[in-house]
Unconditional design. Structure first.
Length: 166
């Protein structure tokens, strides 16, 4: 339940920051946030990361919906057995829902966080969630695949050991 509450709070934070940017900064305009580090720059992104597939918003909307539904299914089925897996799922779910809302309602994703210390695409809170959640999910899967392999082994799997009763 805690993970669901955090996911909802992240979606709210994402949507609130997007709303505030759309309401207060003209498209293409900027406002200082952390001088010399970050500012808010209002950008409408019809594509995915780095604006790839920008002519295929419908496809990205469909993919986002499928990912959100898949993560929900895995959560309900108890696929994520520990905190690392649930945190990864929560972050991916929050980010997916945040950007899915934008695509469904506006036909684009509102991006606003621009780095000033390096040349990097403008992004948003949902993007941060996905960017952190996906590597955490990869780590979770790597750790648990090894656990699953060990669980499948039994003491009699070693061909040099006799089976019980021999």
């Amino acid at each position: 339940m805690l993970y669901a509450i955090i996911a909802v709070l992240l979606v709210v934070a994402d949507q609130l920051t997007k709303y505030l940017v759309r309401a207060n900064i003209p498209l293409g305009g900027s406002a200082p946030f952390l001088p010399g580090f970050l500012d808010f720059t209002y950008v409408q992104n019809t594509g995915a990361a780095f604006s790839i597939l920008r002519e295929h918003t419908w496809l990205l909307t469909l993919v986002s919906a499928v990912v959100v539904l898949a993560v929900c299914y895995l959560l309900v089925r108890g696929f994520f057995s520990d905190a690392l897996g649930r945190v990864a799922a929560m972050l991916i779910l929050a980010g997916g829902v945040g950007n899915l809302i934008d695509r469904a309602v506006f036909g684009f994703v509102t991006d606003m966080i621009r780095t000033l210390f390096m040349d990097f695409p403008v992004f948003n809170v949902a993007d941060c969630c996905v960017t952190i959640g996906v590597p955490l999910l990869a780590i979770y899967l790597i750790l648990h695949w090894k656990d699953d392999d060990r669980k499948e082994e039994t003491p009699n799997d070693d061909p040099q050991l006799p089976a019980d009763g021999e």
